[in-house]
Design a protein around this ligand. Structure first.
Ligand code: ADP
Ligand code: 5GP
Length: 202
């Protein structure tokens, strides 16, 4: 199962993704490839695989990407290998990707659940991007301009989380994942031994 988290930059995707990865079992983070420079504190292979544009283009040409997009002038993509690797040993995978990537996953894979994160308002989004302190003012302006377009994609998603109070948003994301795991189809394997036990004589 893939839980695809999307929404404008600064809406809280990575905060929420990190929270559920720590709070719930059997979840793995899909580490994307990107051509953007590494930020301070980011680790190769943990936050991203940092690659050059040539390497990224080779991955596209060799059909090694499950999805990819150009976001804020840099290339970002999820490799097919990453999904196989992280999805091994019964784990569900969390993808933190932009709306174009989410659309591609929806078209190509059946196993996705799509979650859109909305900030409480445009002005709050701006405050959070400024407070995060990771981007120069011109970068923040570009991210905000893009956010106006990105939020129009919300109807393509299965769930919407309004990230006003962090605690509520965390609980909502946990609940979405937990409920999805309780679906009848996902429980088949666990149900069989229980049903068998009922068929046995006392
Ligand atoms: P994204 O991954 O979507 O770009 P982040 O998770 O980096 O967004 O969040 C952007 C900033 O907003 C971070 O500094 C984060 O700590 C802060 N933040 C996230 N959610 C909330 C919230 N509900 N209230 C206040 N600040 C928040
Ligand atoms: P950042 O540079 O702030 O880490 O990420 C910028 C944007 O790129 C975010 O919206 C993030 O969700 C998106 N992104 C990160 N990885 C991928 C990916 O593999 N594919 C796509 N399509 N978008 C990604």
């Amino acid at each position: 199962m893939m839980f695809v988290i999307s929404g404008p930059s600064g809406c809280g995707k990575s905060t929420l993704a990190h929270h559920v990865l720590a709070a719930l079992p059997r979840l793995a983070f899909s580490v994307s490839h990107t051509t953007r420079p590494r930020r301070e504190g980011e680790e190769e292979g943990k936050d991203y695989y940092f690659v050059g544009k040539e390497e990224f283009e080779r991955m596209i040409a060799e059909s090694r990407l499950a999805e990819w997009a150009v976001v804020h002038g840099n290339h970002y993509g999820t490799s097919k290998r990453e999904l196989e690797l992280r999805g091994a040993s019964d784990k569900d995978v969390i993808l933190d990707i932009d709306v174009q990537g989410a659309r591609q996953i929806r078209e190509r894979y059946k196993k996705g659940l799509f979650i859109f994160i909305l900030p409480p308002s445009f002005s709050q989004l701006k405050v959070r991007l400024v407070k995060r302190g990771q981007d120069a003012p011109d970068v923040i302006s570009r991210r905000l301009a893009r956010a106006r377009k990105e939020i129009r994609a919300y109807p393509q998603f299965d769930y919407i989380i309004i990230n006003e109070t962090l605690e509520t948003a965390k609980r909502e994301l946990e609940s979405i994942i937990v409920s999805e795991r309780c679906r009848l189809l996902k429980r088949q394997k666990s149900i069989i031994p229980i049903l068998r036990s009922f068929a046995e004589p006392e």
